[in-house]
Ligand binder design. Structure first.
Ligand code: ATP
Length: 267
């Protein structure tokens, strides 16, 4: 049985169809990449999977219809990292990461009590994994963009959910932290977790993802192993680019190289 199964998903926003008749399944242990140009519908897809948008179709998690799950249980089983960098409250990094444990702690209004040993261990593990333990007492609003991105990711990791939906988690990171985070996400999957990852970096996508879904104008263009999806033809027709492809240490990669205009035949 698939971890996440999406059948005939359609989303309309602002009076227009933004996703059309989309079906896919993501398995346990799979790092599934979602790629496509700006406006293709990637965030819309992960928001629908996170139950943050109205949609048509069916989305199931481990065989259960997501729309029927109670919010706290859903929040324990799906951790969602939104795109962007907005954290308006001047709370500490540690407190932000601890918010990831909220789904386990009941209502603060009725008194959630002190964090459990598991809560503390999950927060500590997430701080260490994202390399922000030394920033734990700093205010989130006073961090650099990349530090804040790692703190936001740490909150999501602290949930310890079997499914992570992460919308561009590495966009603001320096190369070392990008590689660290990709390795971390890979480890989540190697331990049986699943991940849907939105990213624009086709080199990282080709290196780290098990499969890719290429979206364009709300429609599925290709789905499969990176080498099957990132073909010269799909890069040209969807992105209007030409790429260098190669392999290193037995691992294929794609390196976007030049804009290609149909008229000139490329830069
Ligand atoms: N709340 C909304 N109301 C109306 N239109 C929306 C809304 N949210 C997104 N859209 C539109 O839906 C389309 C898909 O947006 P989405 O954010 O899913 O794209 P994306 O592939 O994630 O793009 P990017 O790479 O730029 O982040 C875009 O044309 C966008 O303008």
């Amino acid at each position: 049985m698939s971890r996440l199964r999406i059948d005939r998903l359609a989303v309309r926003l602002g009076g227009k169809t933004r996703l059309r008749d989309l079906s896919l399944a993501v398995d346990a242990g799979e790092l599934f990449g979602l790629i496509g140009p700006n406006g293709a519908g990637k965030s819309t897809l992960v928001k629908a999977a996170a139950q943050l948008l109205p949609y048509q179709g069916r989305i199931r998690l481990d065989g259960q219809d997501l729309a029927g799950l109670e919010a706290p249980e859903r929040a324990r089983r799906i951790a969602y990292l939104s795109q962007g960098d907005v954290v308006q409250w001047p709370i500490t990094v540690e407190d932000l990461v601890a918010l990831g444990r909220h789904p386990y702690r009941g209502s603060w209004w009725r008194g959630a009590g002190a964090p459990s040993a598991e809560d503390r261990a999950a927060v500590e593990a997430a701080l260490q994994a994202t390399d922000i333990a030394h920033l734990r007492q700093r205010k989130v609003t006073e961090l650099s963009g990349g530090e804040r991105a790692r703190a936001r990711l740490a909150r999501v990791l602290a949930v310890q959910a079997p499914l992570i939906l992460a919308d561009e988690p590495v966009a603001a990171l320096d190369p070392r932290h990008q590689l660290q985070v990709m390795r971390l996400l890979r480890q989540h999957c190697d331990r049986g977790g699943s991940l849907i990852l939105v990213l624009h970096d086709l080199t990282l996508a080709s290196r780290f993802c098990d499969r890719l879904l290429l979206l364009h104008q709300g429609e599925r263009i290709a789905l499969g192993a990176p080498a099957e999806v990132l073909t010269a033809e799909s890069l040209r027709s969807v992105y209007g680019i030409r790429a260098v492809t190669g392999a290193h240490d037995g691992q294929g990669y794609v390196l976007p190289w030049a804009c290609e205009s149909p008229a000139s035949g490329g830069a």
